[in-house]
Design a protein around this ligand. Structure first.
Ligand SMILES: Cc1cc2nc3c(=O)[nH]c(=O)nc-3n(C[C@H](O)[C@H](O)[C@H](O)COP(=O)(O)OP(=O)(O)OC[C@H]3O[C@@H](n4cnc5c(N)ncnc54)[C@H](O)[C@@H]3O)c2cc1C
Length: 291
């Protein structure tokens, strides 16, 4: 399969990329890792007149820690996140999840900005962005904007991004001490997109849950934060009966669809199992961190 014809631009700065996107709004697409865009072109599901290749924008390829947390440039590859000592130390759940994205060849090219902008409803990075309360920073001719990850995803392959807007940076607020985290997914084969996935963080105070976060994906049109469960866990010890109740509640809170890969009923079952597992692992790791 070959893509439809397009004009190709390779800007040398974000400002130049923003100018190109503004000049060609509605007909330009950004090319980052190309791991989602190129298949869409080859299947003729997209026919942009112009591709703006951002792979020369080294200013978007960085990871920096400051007092507020970790800032990750949009062009950071999945494999760089997976291998980064900084990510493993500060946000181990992110490194843990990266190993589940496709295969190494795809992870070597795919970028965090591309994955968030693409907004596949079963993708790992949108789930992690929602879990970690990420702020997605963008640039456009109209100026910079910040998007809360939990409001960024509107539906399958749909976000709040304007046509001429480029994701520049993802900011992850620092996780407090005594926090444990975990990620789990179920896919038919290693490297496949998830049928369902879940991720959690648990922060402790005086041996009980001070704050819990729980996000799931593959069971709705966007990643979901299960906030009713999060609130109900505060002040608790995550004993087996509490975990089982949270798993039951998760099953009730989602409205998955049936498709060729799995029935809605099976996805609902999975979400309960994965919720119990990630909460238990995050709790255990938080206890270890507090010891
Ligand atoms: C075989 C295979 C298996 C895969 N399995 C998985 C999987 O299990 N889990 C998973 O999450 N993903 C999977 N992917 C997709 C992969 O993670 C992609 O890398 C990712 O979805 C898109 O990132 P990209 O950098 O390649 O973006 P591209 O393909 O270059 O772009 C994707 C979309 O995002 C837009 N875009 C890119 N960068 C920006 C930016 N900075 N600002 C605004 N818009 C931007 C593009 O215009 C395009 O619309 C798989 C891909 C393949 C080929």
């Amino acid at each position: 399969m070959k893509p439809p014809p397009f004009d190709y631009f390779r800007p040398a700065s974000v400002a130049e990329a923003v100018g190109l996107l503004a000049d060609h709004a509605g007909e330009a697409k950004i090319l980052a890792g190309g791991q989602s865009l190129v298949p869409l072109l080859n299947f003729r599901m997209l026919r942009p007149g112009i591709l703006v290749d951002i792979n020369r924008l080294t200013e978007l390829d960085f990871m920096r820690e400051d007092d507020d947390g970790l800032r990750i440039g949009a062009l950071t590859r999945h494999h760089a996140l997976e291998m980064s000592p900084l990510v493993r130390q500060r946000f181990p759940v992110l490194a843990e999840a990266m190993a589940h994205i496709a295969h190494l060849a795809v992870r070597n090219r795919g970028t965090i900005g591309g994955s968030l902008a693409h907004a596949d409803p079963a993708a790992e990075l949108p789930l992690l962005a929602a879990l970690l309360d990420a702020e997605i920073h963008t640039s456009a001719a109209a100026g910079p904007r910040q998007h809360d990850a939990c409001d960024f995803f509107l539906g399958p392959l749909t976000t709040t991004l304007a046509e001429d807007e480029i994701v520049t940076e993802i900011a992850l607020p620092v996780l407090p001490p005594r926090t444990g985290s975990a990620f789990e997914e179920f896919a038919v084969r290693n490297g496949d997109f998830a049928i369902a996935a879940a991720a959690a963080t648990v922060n402790l105070a005086n041996g009980k849950v001070a704050e819990a976060r729980l996000a799931v994906t593959g069971v709705g049109e966007t990643p979901l934060r299960l906030r009713a469960i999060e609130v109900g866990l505060v002040g608790q010890s995550l004993a087996p009966d509490v975990l089982a109740a949270a798993a039951d509640q998760a099953r009730e809170m989602v409205e998955p669809i049936s498709d060729l890969r799995a029935s809605a009923e099976y996805r609902r079952h999975l979400v309960g199992v994965l919720t119990g597992r990630v909460l238990k692992a995050a709790w255990t790791r938080a206890l270890d961190a507090a010891a």
